[in-house]
Design a binder for this molecule. Structure first.
Ligand code: IFM
Length: 432
């Protein structure tokens, strides 16, 4: 039994997060084109047990029931992602009306329940046709992204007032293009760096396309760095965090990364990338401990080390709620008044396949207390979103990692709320 949480400021938003390819299924319906994740998950050996997102949680057909689950939970907002290949099956050209219709229905269903929609415009499911042209290694993809965002804003902008441009560009660059664990499965090492710049350019163009459409933010996976060696710590912080946050908030890249990017960055790009945003999204799961590389001549100036002596999630990720406090106060200390209001747009854990998920309750309780402490100490945090509403397709791990407040039986699609769902419902109902 955990003590009740301290009260959050009036207007603080509680929500849940999901992403298109992880829950929607219906990959061949209503004109949707193939994405890099369809290709990747259908390539033997790429995902655990060969799992794919073909059906996932069948949310495309069951969204109304899922919205009812959110309403019963009592959340203020729902973060989902729009699948680019539903809107532009080939990644360019006019909108596929049926693709937009789905998100139209979803946004209306949310509105009827008084739940604010928070769409993410890119959560890794790039249209395959764009990947065939180089994906995010190609500057053109950023321009195409700006066009696509304008199409979505045109259709949903009358009801959606808050948007996320990109989800976790660092993970998409590192896993998708540098190390190959995610789609599109490229293993370019440091040669993947242009992917960071082109995603950021796409972000900036999206912010401009959304200029009349309310509050816009980018969401990265940020980590608190535990440095065994100061130089290694700074290097890791630059690669993982500042490579993405400095350009959007300060209009510049960290020095050595600016050098590495060279003429990938063209005149005027940083002005576009640093177009003022209304907020910053933070996805936090765990801190990262780094030290100097053991081997001389290692390709990266740091090595990642285990964090001992703390609980770990089913994924093996260390549970350190104070890392979220350090991260939030660190952002304030680094960026000062350049830091816009912050939303924690993802936080959560995978657990064993149980219904009585006390581990998740403790995880969420601890992290919400960390957010509260950061607010008390002056960080302007405006919301917190649990990852995730439902068990879902956890990328290369397929269906083996369960992150849901609600259990999903992937054979029958039955949804069963877990203890954490009831706990959160109690927290939300208890708000004054
Ligand atoms: O499932 C992912 C999500 O798509 C992005 N952030 C981290 C989650 C858990 O790994």
């Amino acid at each position: 039994m955990v003590d009740s949480l301290p009260p959050f400021p009036p207007g603080f938003q509680f929500g849940v997060s999901t992403a298109g390819y992880q829950i929607e299924g219906a990959v061949d319906e209503d004109g949707r084109g193939p994405s890099i994740w369809d290709t990747f998950s259908h390539t033997p050996g790429r995902t655990r047990d060969g799992d794919t997102g073909d059906v996932a949680c069948d949310h495309y057909h069951r969204y109304a029931g899922d919205v009812a689950l959110m309403a019963e939970l009592g959340v203020d907002a729902y973060r989902f992602s729009v699948a680019w290949p539903r809107i532009q099956p080939d990644g360019s050209g006019p909108a596929n009306a049926k693709g937009l219709d789905f998100y139209d229905r979803l946004v209306d269903a949310l509105g009827e329940r008084g739940i604010a929609a928070l769409p993410t415009l890119f959560h890794w499911d790039l249209p395959q046709a764009l990947e065939d042209g180089g994906g995010w290694l190609n500057r053109e993809t950023a321009l195409r992204f700006g066009d696509y965002v304008a199409l979505v804003a045109d259709r949903l902008g009358d009801r959606v007032r808050r948007w996320i441009t990109l989800n976790e560009p660092v993970v998409h660059m590192a896993q998708g293009y540098a190390f190959g664990g995610h789609a599109p499965g490229r293993t370019l090492g440091l040669a993947a760096l242009p992917v960071a710049h082109h995603q950021l350019l796409g972000h900036g163009l999206a912010v401009r396309a959304l200029h009349d459409a309310g509050e816009v933010m980018i969401t990265n996976n940020l980590t608190a760095v535990i440095a065994d060696d100061p130089a290694a710590g700074m290097a890791y912080d630059a690669f993982h965090n500042r490579l993405f946050t400095d350009p959007v908030l300060l209009g510049e890249y960290p020095g050595f990364l600016a050098d590495a990017l060279g003429d990938v960055v063209r005149d005027g790009d940083l002005d576009i990338i640093s177009t003022p945003m209304g907020a910053l999204g933070v996805n936090y799961y765990n801190p990262t401990r780094v030290g100097a590389p053991a081997a001389a001549g290692a390709p990266l100036p740091f090595e990642i080390r285990p964090i001992d002596g703390v609980p770990t999630t089913a994924f093996g990720w260390p549970v350190v709620p104070s890392g979220l406090y350090e991260l939030l106060t660190g952002l304030r200390d680094t960026y000062g008044d350049r830091l816009p209001p912050v939303y924690v747009t993802e936080n959560g854990c995978s657990t064993d396949d149980v219904l009585d998920d006390r581990f998740r309750v403790d995880y969420l309780d601890g992290h919400l207390r960390a957010v509260h402490r950061a607010i008390t100490d002056g960080v302007d945090v405006r919301g917190y979103f649990v990852w995730s509403l439902l068990d879902n397709f956890e990328w290369a791990e397929g269906y083996s990692q369960r992150f849901g407040l609600v259990r999903v039986d992937f054979e029958t699609q039955e949804r069963t709320p877990r203890s954490s769902y009831r706990w959160l419902r109690g927290v939300l109902a208890g708000r004054s």
